[in-house]
Design a protein around this ligand. Structure first.
Ligand code: C2E
Ligand code: MG
Ligand code: MG
Ligand code: MG
Length: 283
């Protein structure tokens, strides 16, 4: 069949071959290019961190900043983490990239504190692959001691759905981190299938309500009731709440009325480079 060829990838090494058709060709080439570039992104210093303020809902005072990974490649341009994080996970690169994120964010937070400014803590997203790595607790301890950042100034964000596979292993890891004094947050809450009573078994400090709920809060009675229920139960469990994706004043008003502790979103501040955060918040 003339439409099918065997392609030997230079990048993948001697023993890897790909079958492809002409139709698949373009897509495959794009994917291969993405993978090739991602593999080299760290050593080529193509990653940066943006920071998005986390503020008190009632007074909009900055309490923390979430570090969000950005990848700019000279030929591919800007690529969204929604695209490259899952790819980095499947390629086995996320542990190394995640380690760079942790080091960079902790160093930055330490710098801000040394300069006498806010925020109180930096929040770092952690992939399930990092959490599962046998030396993860040790890695965190090492990063904290290398950067001199206090454990209470670091919050690790773990997506709700990650907990569901190997809950026992994850619970032990999280217990060890909590014992060190590191803050723990459940990210994107409401998108997984865990109940709040199930979450009680994990030592979380913070619950981040997924932005899909916040987006509907002013328009749908049901969404507002759900957010209200989440906040009430989080309260019972002693968890602080963060609303993700706040995009207008109406949503903020709802969150104030519902008693959501902290807010984050484009309406308050977009993710921004470190320098801009320092200028805007006089760090
Ligand atoms: P996330 O942890 O839930 O981060 C919040 C995402 O929502 C960010 O997208 C942020 O830019 C976006 N966002 C903030 N406020 C608003 C808003 O008002 N409206 C809307 N529509 N979006 C808002 P971003 O930076 O593209 O990151 C997407 C996801 O990629 C993150 O979701 C997180 O799961 C993952 N990610 C980002 N950086 C890292 C990282 O360093 N490590 C890992 N493992 N994952 C990361
Ligand atoms: Mg997050
Ligand atoms: Mg989130
Ligand atoms: Mg989200």
């Amino acid at each position: 069949n003339a439409d099918i060829a065997m392609y030997k990838s230079k990048e993948a090494g001697r023993n890897q071959y790909y079958f492809y058709t002409k139709q698949m060709n373009e897509q495959t080439q794009t994917q291969l290019k993405l993978e090739t570039e991602l593999r080299r992104a760290l050593e080529r210093h193509e990653f940066t961190l943006f920071y998005q303020p986390l503020v008190t809902t009632t007074t909009c005072e900055v309490v923390g900043a979430e570090a969000l990974l950005r990848w700019h490649n000279p030929t591919l341009g800007q690529i969204s983490p929604v695209e490259f994080i899952p790819l980095a996970e499947s390629m086995g690169l996320i542990v190394e990239i995640g380690h760079w994120v942790l080091k960079t964010a902790c160093l930055q937070a330490k710098q801000w504190q040394a300069d006498g400014g806010m925020p109180q803590y930096v929040a770092v997203n952690v992939s399930g692959h990092q959490l599962k790595a046998p030396n993860f607790v040790q890695t965190i301890a090492q990063v904290l001691s290398d950067t001199g950042l206090s454990p209470t100034s670091l919050e690790l964000e773990i997506t709700e759905s990650v907990l569901l596979d190997d809950p026992e292993g994850n619970r032990k890891t999280l217990e060890a981190l909590a014992a060190m004094g590191v803050r723990l947050a459940i990210d994107d809450f409401g998108t997984g299938y865990s109940s709040l009573s199930y979450l009680r078994r994990f030592p979380f400090d913070t619950l981040k309500i997924d932005r899909s709920f916040i987006g509907d809060i002013a328009g749908e009675d049901e969404a507002a009731k759900l957010v209200s229920a989440i906040i009430s139960m989080a309260d019972v469990l002693g968890l602080k709440t963060v609303a993700e994706g706040v995009e207008n004043q109406e949503q903020l008003d709802y969150l104030i009325a519902l008693g959501c502790d902290f807010s984050q979103g484009f309406y308050i501040a977009k993710p921004m480079p470190q320098k801009k955060l320092e200028l805007e918040y006089a760090l």
